[in-house]
Ligand binder design. Sequence first.
Ligand code: ADP
Ligand code: 3PG
Ligand code: MG
Length: 425
Amino acid sequence: MGLFVPGRRPQRVHGRPAELTTDATIGGALHKATIRDVDLAGKRVLVRVDFNVPMEAGRIVDDSRIRAAIPTIKDLVERSARVILMTHLGRPDGQVDEAYRTRPLAERLSDLMERPVRHLDDSIGPAVEAAVRAMQDGDMVMLENVRFHPGETKNDPAFAKHLAALGDLYVNDAFGTAHRAHASTAGIAEYLPAVAGLLMEREIQTLGRIMVDPPHPLVAIIGGSKISTKIGVVRSLLQRVDRLCIGGAMACTFFKAKGLEMGRSLVEEDQLDVARELLALAGQGSGTLVLPLDAVIAAEARPGVKVATVAIDAVPADMKVLDVGPMTVERFLQTCDGAHAVVWNGPLGVYEVPPFDRGTDALAEGLAGSDAETIIGGGDLVAALQKQHLADRMSFVSTGGGATLEFLEGRMLPGIAVLRDKNDA
Ligand code: ADP
Ligand code: 3PG
Ligand code: MG
């Protein structure tokens, strides 16, 4: 099982109405034109990046997303383009919000590039146009947060047109925002030739291969809190993987569906039928779905609480499952043994509160030392691995949260769909 079977499309059983693409369209994502395919010298290049980084009191907490876009920006500068960067930061709701100005992002980029990046106070308008007109080849400017204008998230053609007027070419390198059909991620491509940046290309190639031509043996590990947010990805991956390990609170819903007592664990009671359906889809008894053997339990997820490790069928009624136990980690690692690739999304426990981060850490340590290609996605899982300095030891860490999930569900993301095909570039 697991081979790409044309015509076998996942059907959504829950959530938004189906808008899944054909497998051929997802394959089309692999053939998008990139900045390698176009001439850039002297061109005004509008680059959409996803610099939506975590901030605390005006300071950048993690600049991974900025670093991830550097290869694209460097290439454009080296090829004498005039680089106009645009991003959103947070959800300022269509108005100016001092907390979400992009100036700190421009400053960090300037540090990383070791070149000036001029910050502009708006993303459209006469002052911005004048600043762009004054640019020389190889210069960089960063526009103000595009979400300060309501037209951004509404994908308003007028706003998209104003942005487009600033450039000769549009480059989308914002994989993390590619699931949004906004003016700067999708609408703008109506008015300018549109190609992918190098980060976008790498994300599409790495995740796209899993979707279109999965390497075998392929193992997926899905954790996190809610099955309801991961149904699409579980269904999609079940058609492509040889084994699928389930951890996190998600596993509790599966066990409850199988009739086990899960105490006070996070169980989505309204998803029990879905869990049963996914169990059936995997083939009962086929061994495709690999569920936890043991669990770390406590009364609450708080520091210093008394914890115990129990077999999965011995969860007391007054306790919560908060992490997978060591036997489960061992079982998951055995499942990954000899795999060509492992795709992992979602932490195995409440990683924010030690010691419930141990399962996630131990699995990551084991995978870091394995020969398998390790492909990691999901905002929380990536944060968990970064905390332990394990992210750098993975083969590929996706910059997307929601975008990565939707891509792996088999959706054609709007920010990718609008890009030119290689053949037409
Ligand atoms: P990702 O962002 O990596 O896709 P999710 O957002 O789906 O992951 O889930 C992350 C959340 O899942 C974390 O906040 C974590 O505390 C929670 N979680 C994991 N395991 C459990 C559990 N057993 N009980 C409650 N919450 C859990
Ligand atoms: C993200 O962080 O997932 C992206 O930057 C998209 O942000 P959004 O969920 O506010 O659209
Ligand atoms: Mg999350």
